[in-house]
Write a protein that binds this ligand. Structure first.
Ligand code: HPA
Length: 249
């Protein structure tokens, strides 16, 4: 059977399972060998007469690869090779802007790149000249996402500046204050270089963010000697996300 996915969703750990739970069958799943290494598994689904692809950046059954180690080039190259034209990129950043609370949805319109320059191009030895980034995200797909979600049950912010950091460490409070002064609303490690690489491949790419915590220093949090991920959201932030999820049923 041939598949012709024109749309892909790049999302969190095990994202394809959400579609399985909705009763859709995976028609096909495989990783792809690309000039940039092996892609993550790509799951191909069919909904009515629409073929679409789902790829989990960080792993299929647990958080196995942290953001700076995701092979964005292999993943996007594989999707492009499959014929994908539009990408909806799901991500879960922290909020610098306090009006964007954990549990809120945000459709960013711009990026502040404060990262450490990973391989940002498919053309590492010669570059690709001045690839335009205005607008950063695909306007048509952004508007479709906003229209679909604007009367939904979750608070939706239809614009935001996403500050991209490299990680895997979290930011210092001073860095977050700097990003706030520069106009950043969100901070995350996911969308860059993915969005810029997608542009090089002429893919229509937009992002949908689900806020999971306030960025470091935005709210008081108790000192925790442990350093890892569990400390990302405070119990209050987790409660708010759980309340939003419970309201959704
Ligand atoms: N900083 C960077 N990346 C993140 C954060 C954060 O606070 N939360 C989720 N991803």
């Amino acid at each position: 059977m041939t598949y012709n996915p024109q749309i892909a969703i790049i999302a969190r750990v095990g994202a394809h399972q959400d579609f399985l739970r909705q009763g859709l069958d995976v028609r096909h799943c495989q990783t792809y060998d690309t000039p940039f290494g092996c892609s993550n598994p790509v799951h191909l689904f069919k909904y009515q007469d629409i073929d679409f692809a789902v790829l989990s950046r960080h792993g299929e059954d647990g958080y196995r690869v942290s953001a700076p180690f995701v092979n964005d080039r292999a993943n996007l190259y594989a999707l492009k090779t499959l014929g994908v034209e539009k990408i909806l990129a799901w991500c879960a950043p922290g909020a610098i802007n306090e009006t964007m609370a954990p549990g809120d949805l945000v459709v960013p319109h711009d990026i502040l790149d404060e990262g450490q320059q990973q391989p940002y191009t498919f053309f590492p030895h010669r570059g690709l000249g001045f690839v335009r980034q205005n607008p950063v995200f695909c306007p048509e797909l952004r508007q479709a996402v906003i229209q679909t979600l604007q009367n939904g049950p979750l608070p939706l912010h239809p614009a935001a500046v996403y500050t991209a950091t490299t990680g895997p460490r979290l930011e210092t409070p001073a860095e977050i204050r700097k990003y706030r002064l520069l106009g950043g609303d969100l901070v995350g490690m996911t969308l860059v270089p993915e969005v810029f690489l997608a542009r090089e491949l002429e893919l229509c790419y937009t992002a949908l963010c689900y806020v999971v915590n306030y960025a470091e220093g935005v709210k008081d949090r108790p000192y925790q000697p442990g350093i890892l991920f569990e400390g990302l959201a405070t119990p209050e932030e987790i409660k708010r996300v759980q309340a939003v999820e419970a309201a959704l049923g």
